[in-house]
Design a protein around this ligand. Structure first.
Ligand code: ADP
Length: 398
């Protein structure tokens, strides 16, 4: 079966077409600047040249049409007919408290995605348009929604409740939800397999460190805590997001600078984190380069990032009363050996010893702790698209 995986962001659409016989990627690509000037589709068919389409994409449904055209294009396509696509798996941001697993889309599921527009204002509307565009373009083919929040629904109340008046939870479902769930599920499972742990007696911490970053604590395959919250703004310092701050900072700056709450949230989401602290970039490669040239603010931003990752790891070891394995994943977690080294330098007391040589080697899944380290530390590349494709296949074939 061939499965198309769609990930609709606020102004982008990423896709991969899988042949599930051997889980091979036939083509992948991205539509960028949807709804803005200069929208462009970059299509990469396996074994063929890159194909770039510069056409107006006023909305995600036009983008879906262009993707489907590219997939069946005589020269650049990888399938003969749109009907060759057996099912579509959609990454959907927010399911509130409604779903703790992926689900085949029907009218009720679409209603839930719509009800959660408030909780995921940038992504859920785009996700729904993606679903409806596929229903129109490939009628009758099953569509599966894979939610970013689902894996974290097993968190206990004590982990997800905010200590604010209970009525806001009752009225508006205000609580911690957590994100990157597909990645945390994929990586925590692989970590257990890779380390040969007993799946029913395992404590794992997953550090998903990318442009957006989050950490989760997973006991026996179930998430018990995670760093992102009602929205992805909570938790670690990130590329452009502040992560945890004293909420009173918002009022203070708003009053001093004459900004409203939306402007403040925009600053905390888009202008803070590594970018805001360093004034250089949100990209860790740029930050290390600047730090090496003596840029103190770039070094400080990196220090803030690593310190906070280490603090979260420490707090999750306390929450789980132990840890068997720690896995690093995503753009920074997989590639940045300096970040990993810096984070782990705080954790010697926990019985963690870094294998410097292994840490410096690039490669697939591997240990970066010494054989005698009390806790196994590893790098596990994430593959959210493959996980979405697998879940889609499993549901469609069930
Ligand atoms: P997201 O999915 O949240 O957009 P990714 O997981 O793709 O993010 O991570 C992107 C980030 O990974 C980049 O912003 C960059 O900071 C970092 N990154 C990618 N490659 C490297 C590398 N070789 N060394 C250090 N950081 C890297």
């Amino acid at each position: 079966m061939k499965i198309l995986v769609l990930n609709c962001g606020s102004s982008s659409l990423k896709y991969q077409l899988f042949d599930m016989v051997n889980e091979e990627v036939l083509a992948k690509g991205i539509c960028e600047r949807i709804g803005a000037e200069g929208s462009v589709l970059t299509h990469k068919p396996e074994g063929k040249d890159k194909y770039v389409v510069e056409k107006p994409m006023p909305d995600h449904s036009t983008a879906v049409e262009l993707v489907l055209e590219a997939l069946i294009d005589k020269e650049h396509g990888v399938i003969d007919h749109i009907d060759d696509i057996g099912a579509v798996g959609h990454r959907v941001l927010h399911a509130g408290q409604k779903y703790s697993a992926s689900i085949i889309v029907n009218e009720d599921v679409k209603k839930v995605v719509r009800e959660c527009f408030d909780l995921g204002p940038l992504h859920n509307p785009a996700n729904l348009i993606g679903i409806e565009a596929c229903e129109k373009a490939i009628p009758g083919k099953p569509q599966v929604a894979v939610f970013d929040t689902a894996f974290h629904q097993t968190m206990p109340e004590k982990a997800y409740m905010y200590a604010i008046p209970y009525e806001y939870y009752e009225k508006y479902d205000i609580r911690k939800y957590g994100f990157h769930g597909t990645s945390h599920a994929f990586v925590s499972k692989r970590a257990v397999e890779f380390a040969g742990l007993d799946p029913d007696n395992s404590k794992v911490i997953v550090c998903h460190l990318g442009n957006g970053s989050s950490i989760s604590a997973v006991v026996n395959g179930k998430c018990v805590d995670t760093s992102m919250g009602l929205t992805p703004l909570e938790g670690l310092a990130m590329g452009t997001r502040s992560g945890d701050i004293d909420p009173a900072v918002v009022q203070f700056i708003a009053n001093k600078e004459g900004k409203d709450i939306n402007e403040m949230l925009n600053i905390l989401n888009k202008k803070s984190g590594m970018l805001g602290l360093s004034g250089v970039s949100s990209d860790f490669r740029d930050l290390w380069a600047a730090a090496e040239e003596g840029n103190k603010r770039a070094q400080m931003a990196l220090d803030v990032f690593c310190y906070r990752v280490a603090k979260y790891i420490g707090s999750y070891i306390a929450a789980m009363n132990g840890v068997d394995a720690i896995a690093f994943t995503a753009g920074v977690g997989e590639n940045d050996h300096d970040v990993r080294k810096n984070v782990l330098s705080y954790l010697g007391y926990m019985g963690i010893t870094l294998d410097e040589e292994a840490n410096n080697v690039r490669g697939p899944e591997r240990y970066i702790s010494t054989p005698d380290s009390k806790v196994k530390v590893m790098v596990i590349p994430t593959d959210e698209e493959l996980k979405i494709a697998r879940e889609t296949k499993a549901l469609v074939e069930a």
